[in-house]
Design a protein around this ligand. Structure first.
Ligand SMILES: *[C@@H]1O[C@H](CO)[C@@H](O)[C@H](O)[C@H]1NC(C)=O
Ligand SMILES: *[C@@H]1O[C@H](CO)[C@@H](O)[C@H](O)[C@H]1NC(C)=O
Ligand SMILES: *[C@@H]1O[C@H](CO)[C@@H](O)[C@H](O)[C@H]1NC(C)=O
Ligand SMILES: *[C@@H]1O[C@H](CO)[C@@H](O)[C@H](O)[C@H]1NC(C)=O
Length: 961
């Protein structure tokens, strides 16, 4: 904005500076705009892919990492420990446009290492250890910018840069090239070179013909910080040179200029001869060669005869920008600049000036920009009053403590006024009364305690007001009422405690307000305060003391009229105790896109918190002690794209499963305790492209095998996955999650087939074998088992006995049962009997029927004949009844033999044999003579209740044998 800043800005790749305008970007994080590239991702080791850029910087890498996706446009490998670039490091990167390798230890580059990079346009190798410019640039035919500053290059192989036929920028500064021939070797085959930087390459003699004989040559030549003794230019070279810097040398010796007549500095517009000691005749030769072309002259920190040099140079009629920094002028009198009438931009910063004569600028009637910063002025010098054409005035970094009513009296055209870094404590209303065109006023870093109504009337065109780092405690009602064009108001780092209702009245054009690092409490954020800011887009209240004690609704929401607000930053609220957010806090913010509530000591969020902000895209609630989040909280904000929940004590990501976050692309959840990531959680985020789980301790067992597999195949980029460590089980603590062997977790289908087929075959053989040799034993065991199963089923729901006895018999013996047994027992003795054919429920499985009948009866009478023993059902009845005996200690079984069967024939019916041996049976054939006794014994048997072992009643009709 001020003098002589015409030089090109090539610093894009190493731009570290922080402009004022970047504050918002800084505060709200680079990541909001991060629309991550879908096609690249996965779990790239040591790099992060964002927006088509691979960022692998500051990672202590010793080699170029493998697997950087071929689709990326830029690769940043700066600040690592890479020692060599090898063939194979960049094989597939045919679309790569920028490669940053600065600040590594690169001492060797293999021939052909860059051969595949045919789209590469910018290559930065600054601050490495290359000693020679060798022939390793083959293939870089599209390269336009090559930076090699601060290596140790001493030699250049003559055609090393020949492949770079499109190179326009070459920076070889800070190498020990020592002789221009080396530079000549480097540039001789670069027809398109326009910018040549050879700062401090230890040359002492510059003779143009040693560099080049071609007439066109570069347009920008930086030779600064070389200790040049001789500067010689022959005719007809550098015909395009517009920018030349030969200054900046810490030298004491004289510079001898040998400028050929009619030579080619004819187009030079910018010349820097800062710090040089030039004799009159040399200076005259130099200035003569640029007469009628030069517009910008920098003579900073000149060693001698500044006045003489000024008197010469100011005769150049085209000179408009003059920079005279660091010349220890101390005072500026009317003679120094008397010939500089064409100058419109003057920079006399850093000259220890305490005094400026009131007619010092009399000759400079066309002055538009004046920089007086970094001097020792204690008041605004009266000399500036007459500069009626002035557009910009910089008085920053002086000792000004007060401003007078007439200080800026005539500066009606002034647009930018810099008064920052002074000692101003009070300003009166009259000070800015004539600055009707002022657009930017910088008053930061002073000692202002009160606004004193200074902004209530004048400055109708002010767009930007900076009041940061003062000591303002209160904004009174209407304090900014006169600033009807104000768009940006910045009051960071004051001591603001009090905002009065109507503090911002009149600021209807305001779009940005910065109030971070003050002492504002929640009681000041009342409904009235912000109501006037109807055009506000960004409100920053970072680092204040806004803490609510309860989440209940406020009587009136504080931002209810800010419907245009897009960003609300409230991170870092401090003060004692925990905090809540009133559930209607965001009411009215229907266009809110970003809400930052990081580190505000919030302990819970009501599920209605975001009911009024349907447009929300980015939500940052990191670093709060939230133990729980209701998934319902996300219902109104289904457009959410970025969610930050790092350091929130949330124990799992399960809330995602129920939240409708189908558009979420970015999730940062660092340093929580998510030990297991499940398929359901990730399935609920179908749009996710970037997942950052850094610093969680993972469970290293099969529970995470899905997560491990997913990471390897998902298009979602899982940031830093290579550094995920196991936290549990203890024996694996500290191991890398990705090193976990999950082979054993997934079962091999082929193996299952093999095992099951083998088992089936073996089983079949076994069955065949047993059937053949052991079928009877098996059949018995089988029935035993079935009987046991059924018995278990019925044991517990034993109904009250429906029958006195269940009669089990074979169809062959039906005759006897119906003619003899039934009439006797049912009609004569009055028992209720259950008979197979009569009482079984039709349709029910026969086994169920039998078992039910046995359990529904007090006793079971088995009518045994040879046929009965051959029938499988009958023997099962005996067994079920047998189990009842065994389990309930109830002898329910009454055996009635219709035939004499020798004991040995009973042998498969093991239980029965035991009973027969114990003589607890009745034999019909043997009772043939006295049937009455037989029926009486049967009656007794039926009558008896519990006789555990059947010994109490001797049921034998007659003793055996
Ligand atoms: C080289 O750059 C030009 C313009 O920047 C571009 O059109 C061309 O496609 C590039 N060549 C390659 C091989 O990428
Ligand atoms: C330029 O020409 C001069 C004289 O003809 C010669 O000595 C010098 O080597 C040439 N320089 C280059 C860089 O070719
Ligand atoms: C530039 O040219 C003008 C007009 O011819 C002349 O008066 C002036 O002295 C010249 N300046 C220098 C530095 O040669
Ligand atoms: C989830 O959000 C989408 C829009 O993003 C909507 O179409 C869908 O109905 C929502 N589903 C539920 C269950 O709310």
């Amino acid at each position: 904005t001020s003098l002589g800043v015409n030089e090109p800005d090539f610093s894009a790749m190493d731009n570290d500076g922080l402009g004022n305008g970047r504050l918002w970007r800084l505060i709200f994080g680079f990541v909001f705009s991060l629309s991550v590239n879908r096609c690249a991702g996965y779990i790239l080791k040591d790099c992060r892919i964002s927006n088509g850029n691979a960022i692998c910087s500051a990672n202590k890498l010793r080699a170029v990492p493998r697997g950087i996706p071929a689709s990326v446009k830029t690769v940043d490998l700066a600040v690592n420990k890479i020692a060599a670039i090898r063939v194979g490091d960049f094989v597939n990167h045919t679309v790569l446009a920028q490669l940053d390798l600065k600040r590594n230890n690169i001492s060797r580059i293999e021939k052909g290492a860059f051969a595949a990079l045919r789209s590469l346009q910018k290559l930065n190798l600054n601050n490495n250890r290359l000693a020679q410019l060798g022939d390793f640039f083959e293939g870089l035919s599209n390269l336009t910018e090559l930076r090699l500053t601060s290596n140790s290059i001493t030699t250049v192989i003559p055609s090393s840069l020949k492949p770079l036929m499109n190179l326009t920028v070459l920076d070889l500064s800070f190498n020990k090239l020592r002789h221009l021939t080396n530079v000549h070797y480097a540039i001789q085959h670069l027809p398109n070179l326009r910018y040549l930087f050879i700062k401090k390459i230890d040359i002492t003699i510059f003779r143009s013909w040693e560099l080049t004989n071609i007439t066109v040559g570069p347009a920008y030549l930086d030779l600064s910080q070389n200790n040049i003794d001789v500067f010689a230019i022959s005719a007809d070279v550098f015909q395009n040179l517009t920018w030349l810097n030969i200054g900046g040398a810490p030298r004491k010796r004289k510079l001898i200029c040998e400028i050929g007549e009619g030579t080619g500095l004819k187009r030079l517009t910018t010349l820097d001869i800062g710090g040089l000691h030039l004799e009159r005749k040399d200076a005259a030769a130099l200035f003569r060669s640029v007469n009628f072309s030069l517009s910008t002259l920098r003579m900073n920190a000149m060693k001698r005869n500044l006045r003489e040099l000024l008197n010469m140079s100011c005769t150049i009629p085209t000179l408009t920008q003059l920079q005279l920094r660091g010349n220890r002028l101390q005072l500026l009198d009317s003679t120094l600049l008397r010939l500089c009438s064409s100058v419109t931009e003057l920079d006399v910063a850093n000259n220890r000036m305490q005094n400026i004569f009131s007619d010092a600028f009399r000759a400079l009637q066309g002055l538009k920009s004046l920089t007086l910063s970094q001097n020792r002025l204690s008041s605004v010098p009266p000399a500036v009053r007459n500069l009626t054409k002035l557009l910009e005035l910089d008085l920053s970094f002086n000792n000004i403590s007060s401003l007078g009513c007439d200080d800026f009296a005539e500066l009606r055209k002034l647009r930018v006024l810099g008064l920052y870094r002074n000692y101003i404590s009070t300003i009166n209303l009259c000070v800015f009364k004539d600055l009707t065109n002022l657009q930017v006023l910088k008053l930061q870093t002073n000692r202002i305690t009160k606004l004193n109504g200074v902004f209530t009337r004048y400055l109708p065109n002010l767009r930007q007001l900076k009041l940061d780092e003062n000591r303002i405690t209160t904004i009174e009602k209407g304090a900014f009422e006169g600033l009807r064009s104000l768009q940006n108001l910045s009051m960071q780092r004051n001591e603001l405690q009090k905002l009065e209702s109507g503090s911002f009245v009149g600021l209807t054009m305001l779009t940005d307000i910065l109030l971070p690092s003050n002492q504002i409490e929640e009681t000041e954020i009342t409904a009235g305060v912000f109501n006037d800011l109807i055009n506000l887009r960004r409100l920053n209240l970072l680092d204040n003391r806004i803490k609510y004690r309860s989440s209940s609704a406020l009587p009136e929401a504080p931002f209810s009229r800010l419907s245009q607000l897009e960003t609300l930053a409230m991170a870092g609220q401090h003060g004692r105790g925990r905090s809540q957010l009133p559930r209607n806090f965001l009411q009215g913010l229907s266009n809110l896109l970003i809400f930052d509530m990081r580190n505000a000591q919030i302990v819970s969020l009501h599920q209605d918190t975001f009911k009024h902000t349907p447009s929300l895209q980015k939500l940052d609630i990191s670093s709060n002690e939230l133990t729980d989040i209701s998934p319902r909280m996300f219902d109104p904000i289904h457009n959410l794209q970025s969610l930050y929940i790092s350091r929130t004590s949330l124990r799992s990501l399960d809330f995602l499963k129920e939240a409708n976050l189908t558009k979420l692309e970015f999730l940062q959840a660092r340093r929580n305790q998510y030990s297991v990531i499940t398929v359901e959680q990730m399935a609920s985020l179908p749009s996710l492209v970037y997942l950052d789980l850094q610093g969680n301790g993972f469970l290293c067992d099969c529970d995470n095998s899905w997560f491990l597999q997913w990471m390897n195949k998902t298009p979602t980029q899982v940031y830093d996955a290579y550094n995920f460590v196991c936290n549990y089980p203890l024996n694996l603590k500290g191991m890398k999650l990705l090193d976990l062997d999950i082979q054993s977790c997934s079962v091999d289908v082929g193996f299952i087939y093999y095992v099951s087929t083998t088992c089936a075959i073996l089983l079949f053989q076994l069955t065949a074998f047993t059937y053949h040799f052991l079928r009877w034993q098996l059949a018995y065991a089988y029935h035993l088992l079935l009987a046991r199963l059924y018995e278990r089923k019925y044991r517990d729901r034993q109904p009250n006995c429906l029958y006195d006895a269940f009669v089990s018999f074979n169809a062959h013996d039906e005759d006897w049962v119906y003619r003899e047994l039934l009439p006797k027992l049912e009609e004569e003795q009055g028992w209720r009997l259950c008979l197979h054919h009569r009482d079984f429920e039709p349709g029910k499985p026969i086994m169920d029927n039998i078992t039910e009948a046995i359990y529904a009866s007090r006793k079971t009478i088995c009518v045994i004949s040879r046929k009965y023993l051959e029938s499988e059902w009958c023997s099962r009845e005996i067994q079920v009844a047998g189990f009842r005996l065994f389990d309930e200690h109830k002898d329910v079984l009454i055996l009635v033999f219709l035939e004499d069967i020798p004991i040995w024939e009973l042998s498969p019916y093991y239980r029965m044999r035991k009973m027969v041996n114990k003589r607890t049976f009745l034999s019909w054939p043997r009772a043939a003579q006295c049937t009455e006794l037989f029926w009486e014994k049967l009656r007794q048997a039926l009558q008896s209740t519990d006789n555990a072992d059947g010994e109490l009643l001797l049921l034998t009709v007659e003793d055996k044998g």
